[in-house]
Design a protein around this ligand. Structure first.
Ligand SMILES: [Zn+2]
Length: 357
């Protein structure tokens, strides 16, 4: 059974509305401080795509402004049924925050190395014997999530949160970052003062494969610098063509990753220096600045997430309620085989830039 035209039209209208809201949210990121605030928020919701993070942020702010939620910041968001799984119920009158959920399709091939050999399977079609099957994102649908404050029921267990004094580095963070620098094949040096590294707090040298961080700043600033240099190491290899294309905004990316790493450890995020969004987002040739901002946000988020996942440190929650296991993708049949579209559904993350799905 196919989705009726009417249902499809309604879904497309909602997707258009979402894209519009998202563009509006991106365009509101004007100053470096706006960007920094968005990244601090992204650190709290790092399990969500950059786009969905922005959508959750603006819709929660609107709900707070309208007096529908008690706190300016959401803490955990999840889908309607996910809250039910956790013994909680969305309260009457609370409308959810609309975000993008991916729709995946199944593809089969008997010669997987040949990119042109993959064919898309119909929802119930079985692959031929010997064929490999992979799922891939083929589109998006609107889905809804609610903040915990819009639900009632069983208490949510609070995981331990990091606490820090001014200037203090989070426990284990330096060592964890240093291990990742070493794993990338770089030697880490601590230099006595900035005079040895051209007046900078830190430096990454590709020729010598060295990362240097100066020691005459407080431990928090040192660890922040190390996170910045690690981001360069992971993202900006000058021999990598993809990295070369991003070089113009390399400093923004490195500082942004460092900010997210710091924020995920409860560090103060006011000391990061990020220029006006328009000065770096306009620089990438031929691309709409809104798309550059989205792509940069997603690259930063993915890098920060990879670093954070490799650390053995106490981190703030990632926006998904404790105890919830999220699906990795919504199967195609949920949008094609049944009508109407389930709106209160498990929500997962598409990675999208602009309108390109
Ligand atoms: Zn740098």
């Amino acid at each position: 059974m196919a989705v009726t035209e009417e249902v499809r039209a309604a879904r497309d209208a909602k997707l258009d509305e979402l894209h519009e809201r998202l563009t509006g949210a991106v365009e509101m990121l004007v100053t470096g401080q706006d960007w920094a605030r968005a990244l601090a928020f992204a650190a709290r919701f790092r399990s969500r795509s950059f786009n969905n993070m922005l959508l959750i942020w603006i819709q929660h702010e609107a709900a707070f402004g309208a007096g529908r939620v008690p706190e300016p910041m959401p803490s955990y968001v999840a889908g309607y049924r996910q809250w039910q799984q956790l013994g909680r119920q969305v309260e009457k009158g609370q409308s959810g925050y609309m975000i993008f959920a991916p729709v995946t399709g199944r593809f089969a091939s008997s010669t997987p190395a040949d990119a042109s050999s993959w064919r898309r399977l119909d929802p119930r079609e079985k692959p031929h014997p010997g064929e490999v099957v992979r799922s891939r994102m083929v589109g998006a649908r609107p889905a809804y999530v609610w903040d915990v404050s819009q639900t009632a029921g069983d208490p949510i267990p609070e995981p331990p949160a990091p606490t820090l004094l001014e200037g203090e580095a989070p426990s284990g963070l330096w060592d964890g970052l240093a291990a990742q620098v070493a794993a990338a094949g770089f030697t880490l040096l601590r230099v006595p003062h900035e005079g040895m590294i051209h007046g900078a707090n830190g430096m990454t040298g590709w020729g010598a494969r060295q990362v240097a961080v100066r020691e005459n700043i407080d431990p928090a600033a040192q660890v922040k610098t190390l996170a910045h240099e690690l981001a360069h190491v992971l993202m900006h290899d000058p021999d990598d063509e993809d990295a070369r294309q991003h070089r113009g905004i390399g400093e923004v990316e490195a500082e942004s990753v460092a900010l997210m790493i710091g924020a995920a450890h409860g560090m103060d995020t006011t000391g990061y220096t990020i220029p006006y969004v328009s000065t770096w987002a306009a620089r990438v040739d031929g691309r709409d600045p809104v798309q550059v901002v989205q792509a940069t946000g997603e690259r930063v988020r993915k890098t920060a997430l990879g670093i954070l996942d490799g650390l053995d440190t106490v981190q703030i929650a990632n926006g998904t309620p404790p105890g919830l296991i999220r699906e990795t993708a919504a199967p195609e049949r949920s949008s094609r085989a049944s009508a109407p579209m389930p709106e209160r559904q498990t929500v997962t993350e598409p990675v999208m830039v602009g309108r390109g799905l």
